[in-house]
Write a protein that binds this ligand. Structure first.
Ligand code: UDP
Length: 239
């Protein structure tokens, strides 16, 4: 029997880079693929909250390297994530008729609700997808950290980290052909072996609070549903 239970409530973290399909901006085909998979999961009865990155628009650190002031650059990064949120909301609602709320850590009442955790939980209980934008609303943080923090605050049972690779490897699979995929690993082993799962802030939040992380490949159709059903895919990081 598989030790992984199915999940009732998850926080799905999507990198922004995938939303752009490799370019700056939003690739509607990619967003549609993701929306379809999320709709499938919600229809099965699971509660899904989403945090989306903004790497397809701006990364504060990169803008800083090119001469911008870091905090301002980070705010630009956060604003970029909101555009991804709106794109996903659009596909979920219009193509799949899934009620969706966007909540942002920087208030912008015309386009989204403010981040109000208890309200987010109520939305989830009503079967709505809640999409969290603008990260945690503070410069020097990442959307991975937002994913970990939101997962903890809304009581998600796992943080699902959707990537462009199959999971956590012994080495970088792009440069080392001998790299092996871990099916399971503990938070502590990830630290001890210096493996890269999420940034240090995000990872330590999960480790300190025993939040399981499932790292899996978003590019394999149906993987979000598999992860939520508790099937063995990617890498399970747990305590
Ligand atoms: N960002 C930030 N605070 C946050 C979340 C994001 O300052 O809480 C900024 C930061 O500049 C980051 C950018 O927004 O580089 C985009 O987010 P991220 O790099 O996490 O996106 P991803 O890599 O997941 O696409």
């Amino acid at each position: 029997t598989d030790p992984r239970p199915g999940f009732r409530r998850v926080l799905l973290k999507l990198g922004g880079e995938m939303f752009g399909g490799g370019a700056v901006g939003v690739d509607p085909e990619v967003v549609e693929t993701v929306a379809r998979q999320i709709a499938e999961v919600v229809s099965s009865g699971a509660q899904v909250a989403v945090v989306i990155g903004g790497g397809n628009f701006f990364r504060g650190a990169e803008l800083q390297d090119r001469g911008m002031e870091r905090s301002r650059a980070d705010y630009m990064g956060m604003l970029g994530t909101v555009m991804n949120c709106l794109a996903l909301q659009d596909f979920l609602e219009r193509e799949h008729h899934i009620d969706t709320r966007v909540q942002t850590a920087i208030t912008m009442g015309q386009v989204a609700e403010a981040y109000i955790p208890r309200r987010a939980i109520r939305h989830l209980e009503k079967g709505r997808v809640v999409i969290f934008g603008a990260g945690v609303g503070m410069p020097y943080f990442s959307t991975d950290t937002a994913g970990a923090q939101r997962a903890l605050e809304i009581g998600a049972e796992a943080l699902l980290l959707a990537k462009g690779v199959d999971g956590v490897f012994t080495a970088d699979p792009k440069t080392d052909p001998g790299a092996k995929l871990y099916e399971e690993i503990t938070h502590r082993e990830v630290l001890e072996q210096g493996l890269k799962v999420a940034d240090a802030t995000a990872f330590s939040l999960c480790m300190d609070n025993r939040m399981p992380i499932i790292v899996f490949n978003l590019l394999v159709e149906g993987n979000i549903a598999r992860a939520v059903r508790g099937e063995r895919i990617g890498t399970l990081v747990s305590t």
